[in-house]
Structure formats: structure tokens, C-alpha cells
Design a protein around this ligand. Sequence first.
Ligand code: UD1
Length: 353
Amino acid sequence: MSKKVLVTGGTGYIGSHTLVDLIENGYDVISVDNNSRSTIGMLEGVEKITGKKIKNYKVDLCNIDETRAIFEENSSIIGVIHFAAYKAVGESVEKPLLYFHNNMQSLINVMQCIQDFNIPNFVFSSSCTVYGNPDKIPVTEETPRKQAESPYGLTKQMGEQMIESFAASNNKTNSILLRYFNPAGAHASALIGELPIDRPQNLTPVITQTAIGKISQLTVFGNDYATRDGSCIRDMIHVCDLAHAHTLALNYLIEGKNKSNCEVFNIGSGDGITVLESIKAFEETTGEKLNYVIGPRRPGDVIAIYANNDKAKKELGWIPKYDIKDIMHSAWKWEQYIEKLPTHLDLPNKRLN
Ligand code: UD1
């Protein structure tokens, strides 16, 4: 049986870690990424870790002809994992149309090809952002999707609903929507990790860039929330645990274990950690002192969210292996590694320096 999987956004943060996990679990991978927010240099890391050469198509998935050509050139694809999308919450507020166009058109084109080429399995990169500000935590897969807090969040909600409608009309493809909580950390080798293209917005890269001196000071966005220390609560999930969830989701579909042709899983650690606790975890794990101040709340932030991950554990057999210390340790190792990289890799944040 074919083990060929097409990974869109393969040179991105979660995509690159998933390529590694798929290869380590016997899959053949093809990557498609236009590198608009990532670098092809990331595949060098994947190749070093796995010892496998990876084919990447530098294609914009908003272009249906070029997208179709990938499927024409590669017969017997057993599954598509679709990561490729823009994901900066703040940018989406400033440029909603950019987000609607890029994230929705690419998804439509991918689904069109899945339908036309009879691809049996589809895994979609969704997010806990679809829950908005939940009434009750932890959230289960049955927790209702509330009003999206940003255009980015709206693209994930619309994406899920489009796939649900597609699944209802198409009995040849089985789909899984994976709702990620807060991915963080890097591969233990430090050969791949998160590479923000601009000043990072997400907490962990802000922490590591502050520690290394690229950012002069970290601002904690609010310490007056109704939480145990006043800062927001999140669910940090190690990117390698998250990557493995994709392999298990694909196995689950291929083995025909799915209960319906579109299923949803929360992929989070199941533990809530505050922003201040995350900072402390970094300091304790690495011995580095962080320069931080308390600032005002960031508009659009959800107060507290973490996952009930029972369904993924029970159905997919997924067991997160890494904790917050592993996250901070690996993220710090990666930050130190990219600092020393030669510029020939053309890493986006090297260009900024
Ligand atoms: C957001 C999205 C999430 C998406 C992710 C990807 C929402 C509700 N969540 O996650 O779906 O997958 O972005 O980009 O839309 N913080 C600081 N100082 C900083 C940076 C962050 O205090 O300099 C705090 C934030 O206020 C927040 C927490 O750290 O409470 C986590 O923030 P961040 O890493 O940006 O992730 P989310 O906003 O949770």
C-alpha cells in the first residue's frame, strides 16, 4: 500500500516537525510550500535528522493549476496534511482580506484536488482559537465554537465548517480536524524549530529572543485577569508531541478506525500554565534571567484556555511525552543554534539582523 503523504506548509514550524515524525514512522513525504513565511533551509534540518532527501514544490496553493500539477505528477497519494496558512493574529486584524484570501482559497484548492484525485485521507491544521473565549475550561471537542476573536480565528472556523460540508458531500475522503493549543519548543537536535519572520508575537519565541538579546524586554500582557497569578492561562504543547498527533491521525484514518468521515481532536497537554509561570519555567530550566515588565492587556486575548485531551488519548493512542521544561530547554537550544547559523541559509530572521 502507498505510504505517500503530501504535506502543505512543509517548511513551516509544525510542518517541518511533522515531516520528521512521518518519515520516522515509515511514510514517504512530499512537501509543498511557497516559502512566503518560511525558508527552504528548514528542509536541510529535516534531511539531516532523517537522512532522507525531501522533495519540495515551491507552489502557491492559491494557484489551482500549479496545485493540480502536483497531484498529477504524484500518483497514489494516501493522504494530505494541510498546514499551509497565515497565522499571525495581529496581522490578520490589520489585513483581514489577505487572511481570507490566502487561507480560504488555498484550502478550497486543496479540497478540489482531494476530490478530483480521490485522495482518501485528509488532516487539517485547526486551532483552539475556534473556541473563542470559552465559558468552561478545560474545553472538550463538544465545547461550542464561539465568536472568533480575530480574522485569523475566523479562517480556522470557516475552514472547519468548509471541511465538514465537504465531508458530508463526499464519501471517498475521511477528514480529521486537529485543534492545536499553544505549540512551542523545538526538535531535540535543534536542527529545526520556530522561525518567526518578523518580530515574534507568540510567547515562547519572545522569551527566547529576549534571553538572547534580540528583544530588549518582554512585556507580560496583563496581570489583572481572574487567574491564579493574574496573567493569562494557556496550554503549551511540545511541537514534537503535536507532530506525532498527525502521524497517529493518519494511521487512524488509514486503519479505518474513524467513527465518521469528519472527526475533531483537541491536541493540547491538558495542563493550564500562566504566562508568568512560563517565564519562571524558562528561567529555572535554562538558568537565564529574563528582563520582563508587566504591561497592559493585549486586545483579543482569551483569558484562559486549556484542553481536555481525553479523546485524542483514547482514540488515537496519543500520549504527550514532553513537559514545559522540555519545551523551554529545546526552544532555548534552537534559539542559540540559529544565532550561530551562517547567513547562506537565508533564514528570515537572520535577514532582519
Ligand atoms: C494565538 C491564537 C492561536 C494561534 C497562535 C498562533 C487566539 C486566541 N490564539 O495564540 O490560535 O494558533 O496565536 O500564532 O487567537 N504574551 C505576553 N507577552 C508576549 C507574547 C505573549 O504576555 O510578548 C501572552 C499573551 O498575552 C497570551 C500568551 O502569552 O496570554 C500566549 O500568547 P501567544 O503565544 O501569542 O499565543 P495565543 O495568543 O494564545
